[in-house]
Design a protein around this ligand. Structure first.
Ligand code: ZN
Length: 492
């Protein structure tokens, strides 16, 4: 029997072996296919789950789950695998989970793609590197001048370097000597520092330290057709919409599966349930669809404890800028699908930081990242120490080949912020899978209410058939789908 190792972050081979094992163990329920190959030639796996004895997946309303379009967001990939395990383990069982899972797989199909950027995930899991998305060099073939992050002291991690400098924008905290806080206009004297990512400087002029533009700057989640914008306007966009093998395969899969009416894309981190639009306010959406999005989001908040918001209203990196070419905007606006993206794991709220609102701990997610009080950093350190998470490394002296004596240490962003520690992963996976399956259960449910066959004589029959929808969503899914003519008659 294929047993899911959990909590665990699987390399590609480990994940592939598990997925093949599930297919082998559950031939009636699970079928594994590859929707294409990544830039480096890895399969883009999709697990189709449905009870094939009640009909093939293509004849049922369907729900899609994906993860790791962003390479480092492996908490999402682990949650997608946990969901597969939960479904095949509970199908046919008599307990509450069993009844829910059985009803879902008898009436609907689920497509689960646990790793949309397998090349990037592999580099993330097996090297000290941070990778945004794909491993295709973009927008430059060559290495540009500037500081390139790298593990220069050979401890297997890329941390931070601090260098004493009277004009430095960081100052040592008086409350915890490990911490640096941003210098304010009132700080005229103190121990000031420059703070850089650990790494080496290409074409160093002996003075200037500036970050090099990323060599792997593609963001597959900016490469979709809806309001796509070129690199100068949207970093990571790629040369044209669906230019990359990973995004092209995904787009084709959706076009070939018009039965999909709901989507969950797992991301990390932030502790929030996101939905369209990224670039327009809520009142640009048909009222019907906004109400549905809010109802599903509210259910998600109840189950996961994370607030729900559109990207435009709650998660914009820059209030004067909007995001282009995102997956869920394309899925909703062009195909009429109710798509969510959950930002799993949030070390900030876990550490007790935020304002209480309607029983939830919340904050201005993006603004907090830019600026927050020193007390919040102290809380984070305390949380790290309490759970022994290894998220902050003591500063230690290092002879840098270009900068002379520096200290290496500080936050381990990759480990502490970006990835749920193993002890937190089971709780996250379970809550989010429960929300996702509740969303999947909102699909239309079609039943033949009545079929009358009356012989008319001469081999002629009059057939009256009444089909009813006992599900939550209408057969046309959304007002947007109707507007876009995305669902064919008789259901659209
Ligand atoms: Zn992401």
């Amino acid at each position: 029997m294929a047993k899911l190792k959990f909590p665990h972050y699987h390399t590609f081979d480990g994940m592939t072996a598990y997925l093949k094992g599930v297919q082998q163990d559950h031939p009636k329920l699970a079928s594994l296919s590859s929707m294409g190959k990544s830039h480096e030639g890895r399969d883009l796996w999709v697990m189709t789950l449905t009870n094939t004895e009640t009909g093939p997946d293509s004849e049922k309303p369907a729900y899609w789950i994906d993860a790791n379009i962003h390479a480092g967001e492996v908490t999402g990939g682990a949650t997608a695998l946990w969901t597969i395990d939960h479904l095949v383990r509970h199908y046919g069982k008599k307990n509450a989970d069993g009844r829910e899972v059985t009803a879902l797989l008898d009436s609907f199909a689920l497509y689960i793609a646990p790793r949309l950027s397998p090349d990037g995930v592999e580099a993330f899991l097996t090297t000290p590197r941070q990778v945004r998305s794909s491993l295709r060099r973009y927008p430059f073939e060559d290495e540009r001048e500037g500081l390139h992050p790298g593990d220069i002291d050979g401890d297997g991690r890329i941390l931070q370097m601090r260098v004493p400098d009277p004009k430095g924008p960081w100052v040592a905290s008086k409350k915890d000597a490990r911490l640096l806080r941003r210098r304010t206009f009132a700080d005229n004297e103190g121990d000031f520092y420059q703070l850089y990512p650990e790494g080496l400087i290409k074409d160093f002029d002996g003075y200037t330290v500036k970050p090099a533009p990323p060599q792997y700057g593609l963001d597959l989640n900016r490469n979709f057709p809806f309001e796509w914008a070129p690199e100068g306007q949207q970093a990571g966009a790629g040369p044209f919409p669906t230019s990359e093998p990973e995004t092209r395969a995904l787009a084709q899969f959706f076009v070939m599966h018009p039965n999909i009416n709901g989507v969950q894309s797992y991301h990390t981190y932030g502790g929030v349930l996101l939905r369209p639009y990224s670039g327009k306010p809520d009142d640009a959406m048909p009222t019907h669809d906004l109400r549905v999005f809010r109802q599903i989001g509210q259910r998600g908040t109840e189950i996961t404890g994370y607030p729900h918001t559109s990207v435009y209203h709650g998660f914009r990196y820059d209030p004067k800028q909007t995001l282009h070419g995102g997956l869920f905007d394309w899925l909703y606006d062009s195909l009429g699908i109710f798509a969510f993206a959950n930002e799993l794991w949030d070390v900030v709220s876990e550490a007790g930081i935020g304002q209480e609102k309607d029983g939830l701990l919340t904050r201005d997610f993006i603004e907090w990242g830019r600026e927050h009080p020193e007390e919040d950093d102290l809380k984070l350190l305390k949380f790290n120490d309490k759970h022994d998470l290894g998220g902050f490394e003591k500063w230690r002296k290092f002879q840098h080949p270009q900068l002379g004596e520096v200290e290496i240490g500080g936050w381990d962003y990759k480990r502490f912020w970006g990835v749920a520690p193993a002890k937190f992963l089971p709780g996250i996976a379970e809550k989010h899978a429960r929300f996702t399956l509740a969303h999947a259960g909102a699909s239309p449910r079609l039943n033949w209410k009545q079929v009358d066959v009356q012989p008319q004589g001469g081999g002629l029959y009059r057939i009256v058939a009444v089909l009813e929808n006992t599900g939550f969503l209408p057969t046309y899914t959304s007002a947007k789908a109707q507007e876009r003519k995305a669902v064919p008659p008789p259901f659209g």
